[in-house]
Design a binder for this molecule. Sequence first.
Ligand SMILES: [Ca+2]
Ligand SMILES: [Ca+2]
Length: 302
Amino acid sequence: MVTMSPATNPPPAPAAPAKPAAAGTAHATAPAKAPAAPAAAQPAAGATAVAPATQDKKSGGKMADMFKKVGSSVGGKTKGMPKKVQMIFAVVILLVVVIVIGAVAMRGGSTAPKKPSTINIEDLQDWNEDISKTQNLAETQSVTFNIADLLGGGTNGTYFIKEVTVTLTWRDEDDVRRLGRMRTNQPDEFEFVINTTINATAEGPATMNDVNSKAGSIGPITMKVSDSGYDYVIVGNSTSLRLPETVTTSDVTVTVHLINAGDFHASGPEALYWNDLGNDFTVKITVSGKMYTPEAKTPAKK
Ligand SMILES: [Ca+2]
Ligand SMILES: [Ca+2]
C-alpha cells in the first residue's frame, strides 16, 4: 500500500459502494466522500470499502424505517392491507393472463384451416388413365407392375380407383426353316392376375396364342374394388381430406406370367428342335375412378 503511486493507483475510493441496500443514499454518500475518484476504481483495500458499506447499511435501515412510517401513516386503519392488496392484484393479473391466453387460443382455433367435411367422392371428376407397357419375359418368368408407381405415386392428384382393366397381347416369333425343314413355332402361353391387398382380384386365364397367326391375347379383364366391400382404393396424398369409410388404401398390382414358350418343331419325326426362349408382350392397363385435385374438387357436372 505504501509504495503505490498516486498516478497509477488513485486513492481508494468508495466510488462503487457495491450494491447498497438503498441506492438513493449510496449515491448521495459516494460523491461526497470522493468526488474525484475515477469510476473504474475498485475498492483496493477492505478498510476503505467497509466504511461506506456500513454507512449504507445504516442509511438502508433508515430508508426501511421511512417506508414503514409512510406505510403506516398512509394506511392508518388499513394497516396490513398491502399484503391483501398484493394478493388481490396477483389474482387479477392471473385472471387477465388466463383470459388473454383463452382469447388467443380461441382466435387461433378460428383462423386455423378448417377440417373439410367428408369428401363426396361421387361429386368428383370422373377419371381414367391408360397405361401401356411392353417388355420381354423369359419362359416361366413373371413381372409385377404396381399401379401406384405407374401413376407416379399420385403426384398429379389424388386418385380414387374403382376399377382396373387389363388386356394382354403378344405375338409369337414366326416359323423358321432349319436344315431344309419348316419348324413351326409352337404357341406361347401367358396368364395374368390383377391383385390387391383387400379382397378384390381378377385373373386373365392361361391362354395360348394362335399357332398360325402367332397372335395371342387375354382380356379385357376387370378387377372391381367393390368386390372387397370398399368402393375405392386411394392413391396419392390424402392427408388434407376427410374420407368416407368406403375408401381404403391397398396395393394394386398386375402380374404377367409367361407360363410356357412352345418351341420350334418340324412336323413328323425330328432329331432336333429349336428352343423358344420367351416372348415380348404388351399389357394395357386402364385405371378408372375419380380424381381429386385441390383446384377442381367440385367440377361442374355435365
Ligand atoms: Ca413359341
Ligand atoms: Ca416366343
